[in-house]
Write a protein that binds this ligand. Structure first.
Ligand code: ARG
Length: 463
């Protein structure tokens, strides 16, 4: 049991208490951030003449040595230490002797852990944004290919009106674009450095907090030391943003699961992204999509758990806050894994264009267009609606689609129908006439795709 405290204690900590309290089992993943923060801290201490340059150099070299040894595997982060901060400090003292004991001057583990967690999540936000960008590129490329792939658009999961696959995918492009921008907002808002807040009330040393903040790539130092050590808002925002990403992935997964059924056959998953059954040889299951859908609950759970952990906490630091780590780590790992797998699945999936188009026809998705045709010939819309309803009923009885009716059959229901009805209700016409901004018509889609391309190149190389 290696602890940073103990001076005022007369008894050893109970082993179970020690284990219950320790966070090394999980916060070890922040070793690089912890070392980076400590190096910036001693740089600042030396600049402020709180440490000598020689002391700074010795501590920095020691910290670099720890980092190199952890990375090469020659130094193991063991459960013997209470947390990652104790591990680094104890190792530093072992390595460089008493001068290592000066590292923690003007610092508390409260501002230290607040910093480590910010450095860690900031890196992860960058990665999440990168993964979303890759997904947006796959969607964009598919949209370009499928501007003429007609499919039914659904409401209530009932076929409604014809759209194109590009249009359907375009809806997800918007969702993931918002997710990307949400992460960018969070990153900007959280980018303030808590180091120097001390335990809660700042320190009596003449620290230059803005200097440390700049060294670590923050926009500024945080404004209030109590808030600095007890703010977990940015983690809640991140969990909320990741929950929204997962919700979008889950909706899309649900559609893919439906589209991949024998009944729909709109898509076929690549063999590399499907799984089989141990008993039913014919099966090719969409396990990846199902797992993405299933894992959504985990990320929502983390959001609820952290909100609940924070809700009754008085200022400033309380140990309850240690609970943030496993929740956030797991949610980040889960979300990153899901975006990556989903992107691969989407990129390798085959879209069955003919099946999609036949489904649009078979589902009377052009019924609204047939009614609009009559309206153009002077029939009031309400009457046109009734006439087309009768057409649909007739088709259902005969098990045919609207375009398979003969002109005589049309005329028997309404004499207004002429030969040009076939052109008016052709799937291609139905889609192409929908030209308002955001609609699936070819011109409107072209504009949307151009705008997406412009935006994708704008965010290239940006956060
Ligand atoms: N492991 C702790 C956490 O994650 C670090 C801060 C400890 N501070 C304290 N006063 N016990 O929150």
């Amino acid at each position: 049991m290696a602890q940073l405290w103990g001076g005022r204690f007369t008894k050893e900590t109970d082993r179970l208490v020690y284990n219950f309290n320790a966070s090394i089992g999980f916060d070890r993943r922040m070793y690089a951030q912890d070392i980076r923060g400590s190096k910036a801290h001693v740089d600042m201490l030396a600049k402020q003449k709180i440490l000598t340059e020689a002391e700074r150099d010795a501590i920095t070299a020691g910290l670099d040595g720890i980092l190199a040894d952890v990375e090469s595997g020659s130094l193991e982060i063991t459960e013997e230490y209470e947390d990652i901060h104790s591990f680094v400090e104890a190792n530093l003292i072992d390595r460089i002797g008493d001068v290592g004991k000066k590292l923690h001057t003007g610092r508390s583990r409260n501002d230290q852990v607040a910093l480590d967690m910010k450095l860690y999540t900031r890196d992860e936000i960058d990665e999440l944004q990168g993964l979303l960008k890759a997904l947006l590129h796959v969607l964009h490329d598919l949209m370009k290919v499928h501007t003429e792939t007609v499919m039914p658009g659904f409401t209530h999961l009932q076929k409604a009106q014809p759209i194109t696959l590009a249009h359907h995918l375009g809806a997800y492009f918007e969702m993931f674009r918002r997710d990307y921008l949400r992460l960018r907002d969070i990153r900007r808002r959280m980018n303030e450095c808590p180091l120097g807040a001390g335990a809660l009330a700042g320190t009596t040393y003449p620290l230059d907090r803005e200097y440390t903040a700049a060294l670590l790539g923050f926009d500024r130092a945080t404004a209030n030391s109590m808030d600095s050590v007890s703010d977990r808002d940015y983690l809640i925002e991140l969990l909320s943003a990741m929950s929204t990403v997962m919700m979008h992935l889950s909706r899309f997964s649900e559609e893919i699961i439906i589209w991949n059924t024998n009944e729909y056959r709109f898509v076929e998953l690549d063999d590399a992204y499907s799984t089989g059954s141990s008993i039913m040889p014919q099966k090719k299951n969409p396990d990846i999509a199902e797992l993405v859908r299933g894992k959504t609950g985990r990320v929502y759970g983390a959001l609820m758990a952290l909100l609940t952990a924070m809700k009754g906490l008085p200022l400033a630091y309380n140990k309850d806050m240690q609970e943030d780590k496993e929740l956030v780590y797991d949610a980040i790992d889960t979300t990153k894994g899901c975006i990556t797998l989903f992107t691969g699945m989407l990129n390798t999936m085959t879209f069955q264009k003919d099946v999609m188009e036949a489904s649009a026809k078979g589902g009377f998705t052009n019924a609204t267009d047939a009614a609009d045709y009559l309206v153009k010939k002077g029939v009031p819309f309400r009457d046109a609606h009734g006439i087309v309803g009768a057409l649909v009923l007739y088709c259902i009885e005969k098990n045919i689609s609207l375009d398979q009716m003969t002109l005589e059959e049309y005329k028997a229901i309404s004499p207004v129908f002429e030969q040009d009805v076939y052109e008016a209700i052709a799937m291609k016409t139905c889609v192409e006439k929908r030209l308002t901004k955001g609609a699936p018509g070819a011109e409107a889609m072209k504009a949307a795709i151009e705008e997406n391309a412009r935006w994708l190149s704008e965010i290239e190389g940006q956060q």
